[in-house]
Write a protein that binds this ligand. Structure first.
Ligand code: SF4
Length: 338
């Protein structure tokens, strides 16, 4: 079955700041696929490249950033070869976005009705009244209280949780096949986080919409996704079914993230923290990006980029997992670099 979204060997870079400054690679050979209706998480610390990846998918990279190599295919179209207008039509209609800050999607000067209707009518030739009916229906779907009166309000008159519900309604207001939710609950309190995650999950599942959920919180995604990808310094270091990844993490970085979950610390003791800090993607040495923080680093790790290893559907990039971990037959592997 053709995946809904297929990313193959994606490299994203920034132009150097001065004439003699080299181009800096921020995403290093990202490959991933999402099936229709699948719920996939991308997990990583701040600066790992998660948001850059989502911006590359919808072609909203900041000035100076560009796709250096690779292909992003979505519903049989190569997104990074489309014209800006063709991409605009896909964005919104087939790919919905929910950001951490709802105000990224909302215009503070327009009422909720105006923006929902505008969004719907920018992609569909229907009357204002029909678009308003759809908008009202979507507000009901996201459990906004008193939706008729909310339509008349401005974003600042709603609570943070209600604003995020409106952006979910907006993302669903057309007929998306994929919703990209980038840290959608980070600005909310814990109770509201759970409600919004449950809502997103429920709506995607009941409408057959795939969900790409970006988060720094492994604990949060555990209950809400089918598959998880762990990002570190612009690379994917582990990819597997979420349950398998949580119960049988293969990469030392993922193992560290799981050890750091609050449920794994004893009452009264301090939470575990992976020692050291993640390097910037462009400052990684020639070998494994995690080597400076890894408890198992060997000389080989410092020299060679580990290739993904592992059986059917659960892979991690670590030399420890190579079937010949004790030998040196991977000495020539570099994993490719630009
Ligand atoms: Fe650690 Fe080496 Fe595996 Fe990297 S390749 S995670 S440094 S053991």
């Amino acid at each position: 079955m053709m995946p809904l979204l297929h990313i193959d060997d994606l490299w994203v870079a920034y132009n150097g700041r001065g004439p003699n400054q080299p181009v800096q690679n921020m995403l290093h050979g990202i490959s991933l696929s999402i099936q229709r209706g699948e719920r996939v998480a991308i997990i990583g610390e701040s600066g790992a490249g998660k948001s850059l990846l989502t911006m590359a998918i919808i072609n909203l990279l900041q000035e100076g950033a560009f796709i250096r190599q690779g292909k992003i295919e979505f519903e049989d179209q190569v997104l990074n070869q489309l014209t800006p207008e063709a991409l605009r039509l896909i964005r919104g209609r087939r790919i919905g976005m929910v950001f951490q800050d709802p105000m990224t999607n909302l215009n503070p000067l327009l009422t909720i009705e105006q923006q929902l209707v505008q969004c719907i009518r920018s992609h569909r030739r229907i009357s204002y009244q029909d678009a308003r009916t759809i908008a009202l229906h979507k507000l009901r779907l996201v459990h906004i209280p008193a939706p008729e009166s909310r339509l008349l309000q401005y974003p600042h008159q709603l609570s943070a949780g209600q604003r995020q519900r409106v952006t979910i309604a907006m993302a669903l207001s057309l007929e998306p096949a994929l919703i990209i939710a980038d840290e959608p609950t980070s600005a909310l309190d814990v109770t509201m986080q759970a409600e919004i995650m449950h809502l997103l999950n429920h709506l995607c599942q009941s409408n057959g919409v795939a969900l790409l959920f970006v988060s720094h919180d492994l604990g949060l995604v555990a209950q809400h996704t089918d598959r998880s990808l762990i990002m570190y310094a612009g690379r994917i270091v582990e990819d597997g079914p979420t349950a398998s990844l949580i119960n049988d993490a293969q990469h030392p970085y993922t193992q560290g993230l799981i050890k750091a979950l609050p449920q794994h610390s004893r009452p009264g003791s301090r939470l575990y923290q992976i020692p050291g800090q993640m390097p910037l993607p462009q400052q990684v040495g020639p070998g494994c990006a995690f080597a400076p923080r890894c408890p198992y680093t060997t000389e080989r790790c410092l020299q060679q980029i580990p290739a993904p290893q592992g059986p059917g559907g659960h892979q991690a990039s670590c030399h420890l997992l190579a079937s010949d971990a004790a030998g040196d037959s991977h000495m020539g592997h570099t994993g490719g670099s630009l």
